[in-house]
Write a protein that binds this ligand. Structure first.
Ligand code: AMP
Ligand code: GLY
Length: 441
């Protein structure tokens, strides 16, 4: 079978890498891909935001299945265009992808279907700010309605700051058209969990959970980014909580979308805050997360192609995925200045040394090759250094050992990916050790 993966980031590298391992796949293309992805797929140039260009590419390559990675082509209606031509394609339609492309749509949908989420207000004019803010106390979360590559959310520490951020969004100065509508939200406190399910429009199959690290700096400081690192371990989500989320979040979303005439097929990414009041949905994404996909797929023991086909053919079942009990950790190496302005074209060294380490895979996101054939930086998030281990300690240590081998001018990364979970794991281990020492006495 021949598969075309659309996209160019670390997530698409992980998708192509996993698909290439399927005994049923004999060809993977990635459009446009990046030079790192070339280890798993043949990269072909294309503009992912242009549905016609993607259709022309599919007509030329004739893939048996197309897998759409990022939200931009989904929102541009690529799945609708492919389906209209009778081409097999994985992902939600443009109407279903509104769960991600419009935060106000998602909030109103959740209200209609009783899905737990923070209190909110939707604004389109500055004049509505004063009345709306009367219902909130600081900190206040200000969100641009449209797509903003993970940078459309500001946690304002005062009402004054909320006003100035909301004004900058509404005027188009901060995020262009994405900010023409603004969602104000109550601030929620707790641990974040990324819970993804595969849907065929009716049924869902859960993936293992992951935790992303959205802020740029250690200790969750600085502005939000697309994601600076993620880990996956079974300890993140107890089976009872996973079942609760399936029954109170994932399944109602899929049933609600079907009822509203926008059947949801594909990955439904539920971004959750585990609060003292219970889990609350922060956002939905209509695709795999980036960087969560890198550690999640590193734990997948079954064939990813089977799962995609189950979604496309309408036969998803609970046992579609087989997972390793191992834990995984992905650390993102970013360009100096990211998530603000950054320079490109910095030569990357140490990739081969990192790749030689056992249980490590370096996924490429923003990389290119220069005239001399060297890997250089070409984006904000450059590499996703991902490792697996029997314990979280091992996976984290292994990922950071690999990071230490890689260098480029201006490179920065968080040193505390999974650090809070490690503290808890260490405490539990000590308790268990003490308990067994007690028993031995
Ligand atoms: P979103 O794109 O809506 O998921 O927001 C991006 C990030 O902003 C989330 O992953 C959280 O870290 C943070 N965030 C969003 N909404 C809230 C909220 N209501 N309370 C606290 N943090 C939030
Ligand atoms: N890592 C968050 C996202 O993919 O949106």
């Amino acid at each position: 079978m021949k598969v075309l993966v659309i996209g160019a980031g670390g997530r698409e590298h992980a998708l192509a890498w996993k698909l290439a391992q399927s005994p049923r796949v004999d060809k993977v293309w990635c459009a446009p891909g990046n030079p790192g992805i070339a280890d798993s797929a043949e990269c072909v140039p294309v503009d992912v935001a242009n549905a016609d260009a993607l259709l022309a590419l599919a007509a030329e390559l004739r893939p048996d299945l197309t897998v759409v990675g990022p939200e931009v082509p989904l929102t541009a209606g690529v799945v609708d265009a492919f389906t209209a031509r009778g081409l097999r394609v994985f992902g939600p339609t443009k109407a279903a992808a509104q769960l991600e492309s419009s935060k106000s749509f998602a909030k109103e949908f959740m209200r209609r279907h009783n899905i737990p989420t923070a209190h909110y207000a939707v604004l389109t004019k500055e004049s509505e700010l004063k009345d709306a803010l009367a219902h909130f106390s600081a900190p206040i979360v200000v969100k641009a309605d449209g797509l903003a590559a993970g940078k459309g959310v500001v946690i304002a520490q005062s009402k004054e700051e909320a006003v100035s951020v909301a004004k900058a969004m509404l005027s188009g100065k901060l995020l262009g058209a994405a900010g023409a509508r603004v969602v104000l939200e109550e601030f929620l406190d707790g641990e974040e969990v990324s819970f993804l399910v595969m849907s065929d429009g009716e049924r869902v199959a859960p993936l293992v959970a992951a935790q992303d690290h959205k802020r740029v700096g250690d200790g969750d400081t600085g502005p939000n980014t697309g994601g600076m690192g993620a880990y996956s371990t079974d300890a993140l989500l107890e089976p009872a909580m996973r079942d609760w989320l399936i029954h109170h979040v994932a399944q109602p979303v899929v049933a609600g979308m079907k009822e509203e005439g926008a059947e949801y097929r594909g990955i439904l990414y539920c971004g959750l805050m585990m609060t003292a009041r219970g889990p609350m949905v922060l956002e939905f994404n209509c695709r795999f997360g980036d960087p969560e996909t890198q550690p999640i797929l590193m734990r997948l023991d079954s064939d990813l192609l089977d799962a995609f086909e189950a979604s496309v053919d309408g036969r998803v079942s609970d046992g579609d995925f087989k997972w390793s009990a191992d834990t995984t950790c992905c650390v993102v190496l970013a360009s100096g200045g990211y998530p603000g302005e950054f320079q490109k074209g910095k030569v990357i060294t140490g990739l081969e040394a990192a790749a030689k380490l056992p249980d490590v895979k370096v996924f490429h996101a923003g990389t290119a090759k220069n005239a001399a054939g060297e890997f250089v930086t070409a984006g904000g998030r450059v590499l996703g250094v991902t490792a697996r281990g029997a314990t979280l300690e091992q996976a984290v240590a292994c990922a950071y050992e690999a990071c230490a081998k890689i260098e480029f001018d201006g490179m920065h990364y968080r040193k505390d990916i999974a650090a809070r979970a490690l503290k808890v794991a260490t405490k539990n281990n000590h308790r268990r050790d003490a308990e067994s020492a007690e028993k031995m006495k």
